[in-house]
Each structure stands twice: as C-alpha cells, then as structure tokens.
Design a binder for this molecule. Structure first.
Ligand code: ATP
Length: 441
C-alpha cells in the first residue's frame, strides 16, 4: 500500500474524509469531510486567518460570492485560456491530461501507447441562474477565488484605511472540471483555496522584495505547523512555463513519497505568483472603471502590482495527514499514529473513565470532560479497554489522553498520556487545565 492508500483508508475509518455521495455510487472528484476532517480543515483555515489577517496590520479579509458576473472571467482570461491539454487513449478511450502522462506516455489504465492529439479543455464549471426557461443566464462556478478579491479592490480601498503595500486575504470554494481527478483529495473538482492578494507599487525592486518576503512567510507557515522541512521544497517555474504576465512563480511542493526515485513524489501544495499589473489592469479595462491607486506620498497614480499566495486547504489537509502519519513498531504490535501539531489536531484531549460500569468513576470523568470542553474539542471514550482507546486516539491524532481511575477518587489525580512519547504522568485534577494549556500551546 502506498501512503495515499494508507491515508485514504485511515481517513475513512476514523471519519476524516469520505468519498462524496458514496451510497449512490459516488461522484468523481468530490469528497466529504467527516467529524474529524471538518475539525482539521477548520483548524488549518483558522491558523491561516490568524497568521495572514488577524496578526497583521497590512492585510484585511474578504468573503466574495461564488457566482460572479461572467464578464469577470472574460477579463481574467479564464474563458479563453483556463484549460488543460486533453488526450484520449485510442485503446480504452479513457481521457487524461497530456502533461500528466510523463515522458513514457503510456495509458495508466490499459498500457496503451497511442493517444489522440491534445485538445484544450476548458476547466470552468457552468451553471445557469434565473427562473424562466430560455432566459436563464449562463454563469460559472468560480475556477479560483482570486478574482473575487480583485473586483473588490476599489471598494476595500474606499471603505477602509489601507494603503499600499497591503493585502486582501480570502478563503473559499473553487470548482474545476478536472480531466483526471485523483490521488484522494489532491485533485478534486470542488475544493477550497486560501489566498492572499498583496498589492504593491509597480516597481521592480518593490515587487521582488515582497515576492521573496511572501515566499519565505508561506514556507515557514507550513514548517511552524509541524511539516517536516525535508518534505518541503520550492519549485521554480521557468519563464516559458509561466503565464505571459507573470514576472515570477514558485510552487511550494510536498514530497508525498520520500522513498521513491528522485522527484517522483513531489506535488504542488501552494503557488506564489508575481502577477504584475495583470489583474487590476484587466478589470479596469473590461469594467470601464478606473481602478488605479493614488499614492498620497508620491502624488503618483498607478495600477498596482500583485503578489499572490494561493494554497489549497484540501491539499494542505492531505499533506498534513501524510506528514503526521507514522507506523511505529512496538513489542507486540505496530502502532499507527498521527503526530499532528496540537494546533491542527481535531481533538486536543480525550477523557476516559477507567471502567464504564462504575457510577462514581463515570461521574467524576464526565465532570472533567465537561470542564475541558469549555476550552477545547475533547473526545470521550468509555468503550473497550484503555489500550484500545489509546490506539483509537493515536489514529485520530489526539495529543493527550486523560484517564480517570480509582486514584482520582482517592487522591484527586488523573493519568495523562502523551501521544508521541506514550509516557504517562500523574496530574492533579485541580492543576489539569493549566497542565494541558501549557502542553498544548
Ligand atoms: P495543478 O497544476 O496541480 O493543477 P494549479 O497550478 O492549477 O494546480 P493554482 O491554480 O495555482 O493550481 O491553484 C492554487 C492552489 O489551489 C494549488 O496550489 C492547490 O493547492 C489548489 N488546487 C488547485 N487545483 C486543485 C484541485 N483540483 N483540487 C484540489 N486543490 C487544488
């Protein structure tokens, strides 16, 4: 089993990620997040928002509509050029992205070696709005969340006190008619993005400075949330691979298969793009509205340049799971454990009564559970034996398990077990909150 399969199986078993609409045979490229998955994803988004918006003075947030006037997509170039090269295997007639077939160019499904000529396939998902048949308006589910920010550039300027350089961050769903969805959630048809559009003066030095700044910030964000440095790298887009308006582009890549031949497992997790004046320039032109910026200090008017950081929430969630996954050989068994950063772990603590049929133990444990729940997501488990409960919480990535036993009733101490070291400590019930607070932050 490769890591994608192992994560897929664990994710389903423990309630992180389920295939979309599974009871109806599924729907390709869609995924549903279960009780643990939704917590993981919310934690990722919360950390993004804290780092990128709340803790800064130069970034504000936004939440734009998914449906937008179709002219937006003309201006952004998506209707014309948001496409992938599609080829069809002449033997099994399955369709693939030409650029994903690699140098050998062999059909992954039947081994066929002959393909049709590549055709450009537009990735925008269409929808229609309106109530009268024949008069419905064709719209698109946004293919990226970026444009919702740029069309609001002027409104943000006019309604807040931001001054260039400043950024607008957004998190939200995007939709793409991907030719070959796959590798779990890595390539889905509906997914979430977390982005920053950072507006700077149109000067080479300024653009370069902020591009390097955001490259570093974004890489550090993943490392600070526990991703192993050795599994992360930058991939530079050579000029011929970049959009014509882009002055620079780097991807942060994650190594999904550290054991594989060099390079085989590296996959894009986030892109950092220097988009020059493309976005605001195009929207000025297509909307006929003057979206230029007046700089009070220099008394200059200009179209700002944009440095963008664009990450996938689902890809980040998947790679955080992969990075945290460990199989540890113990004396009598192999322990599967998710060593997720406490900030990302769905549950921070689990509380167990040693025995489920002892009223006083249950009562005491429930009291502790209710108290801790005021502060964190806390799991409760009274099934099976303590060993089994530990294994279940290891697979969920819960950093600490608290067991209430007869000592708790006698001397007021509980056992706290650490997920990573499996070591146990005895902590007084009175000091438990402070103890966990210290450990978790
Ligand atoms: P790829 O080359 O893998 O198709 P992209 O370069 O088209 O990705 P961008 O348009 O730069 O991706 O989107 C920014 C981020 O959004 C990506 O780095 C990724 O994390 C996420 N993303 C893009 N497409 C998908 C998808 N189909 N499923 C899940 N996440 C996606």
């Amino acid at each position: 089993m490769d890591l994608f399969e192992k994560i897929g199986s664990l994710a389903k078993r423990r309630g992180f990620i389920y295939p979309g609409s599974e009871i109806y045979g599924g729907l390709s490229g869609t995924w549903d997040y279960g009780p643990l998955g939704v917590e993981l994803k919310r934690n990722i988004k919360e950390e993004f928002w804290k780092t990128m918006v709340r803790n800064r003075d130069d970034v504000v947030g936004l939440d734009a509509a998914i449906f937008m006037n179709p002219k937006v997509w003309e201006a952004s170039g998506h209707l014309e050029a948001f496409s992938d090269p599609l080829v069809e295997c002449k033997k099994c007639h399955h369709r693939f992205r030409d650029d994903n077939l690699g140098k050998k160019k062999e059909c992954p499904d039947c081994g066929g070696k002959e393909f049709t000529e590549p055709k450009q396939f537009n990735l925008m998902v269409e929808a229609s709005l309106g109530v009268i048949e024949g008069e419905k308006q064709k719209v698109y589910l946004r293919g990226e969340i970026t444009q919702g920010v740029h069309v609001n550039f002027k409104q943000v300027l006019d309604s807040t006190r931001v001054k260039i350089p400043f950024g607008i961050a957004q998190i939200g769903k995007a939709f793409r008619n991907e030719i070959t969805p796959g590798d779990l959630t890595f390539r889905s048809r509906e997914f979430e993005q977390m982005e920053l559009q950072f507006y700077v003066k149109p000067e080479e030095k300024e653009g370069k400075k902020w591009f390097e700044y955001w490259k570093k910030e974004r890489m550090e964000w993943y490392v600070n949330l526990g991703m192993k440095k050795s599994n992360l790298k930058f991939h530079k887009h050579e000029p011929e691979k970049r959009a014509h308006y882009a002055k620079a582009a780097f991807d942060i890549e994650y190594n999904t298969c550290p054991d594989a031949a060099v390079g085989a497992g590296w996959k894009e997790m986030e892109g950092i793009h220097h988009r020059s004046d493309w976005d605001i320039g195009r929207h000025s032109k297509f909307s006929g509205k003057d979206l230029s910026y007046f700089d009070e200090e220099s008394k200059e008017r200009f179209i700002p340049w944009v440095i963008e950081t664009s990450g996938g929430v689902d890809r980040a969630a998947l790679f955080f799971l992969m990075d945290a996954y460990e199989e540890e050989k113990l004396e009598r068994e192999t322990r599967i454990v998710l060593k997720l950063h406490p900030k990302l772990a769905p549950y921070k603590v689990a509380v167990f009564p040693l025995l489920a049929n002892k009223e006083d133990l249950l009562k005491k444990a429930k009291g502790i559970y209710s108290e801790l729940k005021k502060h964190w997501m806390v799991a409760w488990d009274e099934r099976g034996n303590i060993g089994k409960r530990y294994r279940a919480q290891d697979e969920a990535g819960t950093p600490y398990c608290v067991t209430v036993d007869f000592d708790t009733l006698d001397d007021g101490t509980v056992t706290v077990r650490d997920r990573d070291s499996m070591k146990q400590e005895w902590v007084s019930v009175k000091g438990l909150l402070a103890y966990l607070e210290k450990k978790l932050t």
